[in-house]
Design a protein around this ligand. Structure first.
Ligand SMILES: [Zn+2]
Length: 314
């Protein structure tokens, strides 16, 4: 094995390590907590996050009363507590987003851009991700999936109840496997047509009903690239609020070499050796090829393999 390249200090994985105490037992107090003058709120409008413009980026945390004054709230959910003060997520409609975009004192932009460009202080990313995912669920679950009646919000936004058939609905998180198949000194990356040009990444796909993580990893790699995998090693996971997924990062032991790309899923897939991957991580690849940025778990899974952390087969 060639010497491992020095990639420098390890970056933080985006949207993880929240400072909020979710304090689920206090969710029933959400209405009373919303009247506390210390209550703060993050304001979400679809993919957009509303921040107060600062010299560099924006401040996304508003007093709840200030947030309410920005526009009519669709939903207000209790995210948790920071230093004893309640933190809420508030969703607003497109018209509010457009009105605030037109004002010079607000920076309204999508969460991916905010995270990649570091437009807010890092401690705000996990609660914003929590707010965005939970509010996205509310936006798509206003009616009972059992009987079709309009549902109402309960438990500070952590439940919807159907007044007609009495069924309770809970916020969901969709599990996605994201994996790096490795074979000796090489690993498999693919690129989707929607990627920025020259970016290559891990393969990924939703876990299907009746599958475990290992089975989903093997199926996705086989479907997308025609590669058969054996052993699977869990690496790390990441909340991914686009709109409400949990990325489950793994390394997979590839047992075959010949790639057959599914053109419906990928624009291309190929093997890369460690040296080439290191250059991509360091943004020094001679052809400008790159990996996803450190905010995404794909970056960490790929780096983990370069640094020798891909289970006992990597
Ligand atoms: Zn119902």
């Amino acid at each position: 094995m060639s010497p491992r390249p020095d990639l420098g200090p390890r970056p933080h994985l985006g949207y993880t390590a929240s400072a909020l105490d979710r304090a689920a037992h206090r969710r029933g107090e959400a209405t009373a907590l919303a009247t506390d003058p210390r209550a703060g709120a993050y304001v979400v409008g679809g993919e957009m996050i509303v921040t107060r413009k600062r010299e560099h980026g924006g401040d996304p945390l508003f007093a709840l009363a200030e947030a309410r004054a920005l526009g009519s709230a669709r939903e207000i959910v209790l995210l948790g507590f920071c230093d004893g003060a309640a933190r809420f997520g508030m969703s607003v409609g497109k018209e509010t987003v457009e009105a605030l975009k037109g004002r010079g004192d607000f920076l309204v932009t999508d969460l991916r851009t905010i995270a990649v460009q570091g437009l807010v202080a890092p401690e705000h990313l996990p609660p914003i991700a929590e707010a965005k995912a939970l509010l996205a669920w509310h936006g798509r679950h206003r009616f009972c999936a059992n009987c079709g009646a309009p549902t109402g919000v309960a438990e500070g936004g952590w439940k919807r109840e159907c007044p007609a058939c009495k069924v309770e609905h809970f916020p969901r998180t969709d599990p996605v496997v994201i994996m790096l198949a490795v074979r000796g000194e090489r690993c498999l990356l693919g690129r989707s047509a929607r990627f920025a040009s020259a970016m290559w990444s891990c393969l990924a796909g939703f876990v299907e009903p009746g599958e475990n993580i290992e089975e989903a990893v093997r199926r996705e790699v086989r479907e997308e690239a025609g590669i058969v995998c054996g052993r699977i090693a869990y690496f790390a996971s990441q909340p991914w609020p686009f709109p409400m997924s949990l990325m489950i990062g793994c390394h997979a032991e590839a047992l075959t070499d010949a790639i057959t790309v599914d053109p419906g899923e990928l624009e291309g897939a190929r093997w890369f050796d460690r040296e080439e991957i290191a250059l991509m991580l360091l943004r020094r690849h001679p052809d400008g090829l790159g990996t996803p940025p450190p905010v995404a778990i794909a970056h960490h899974i790929i780096r983990g393999w370069v640094e020798g952390e891909a289970g006992d087969f990597g």
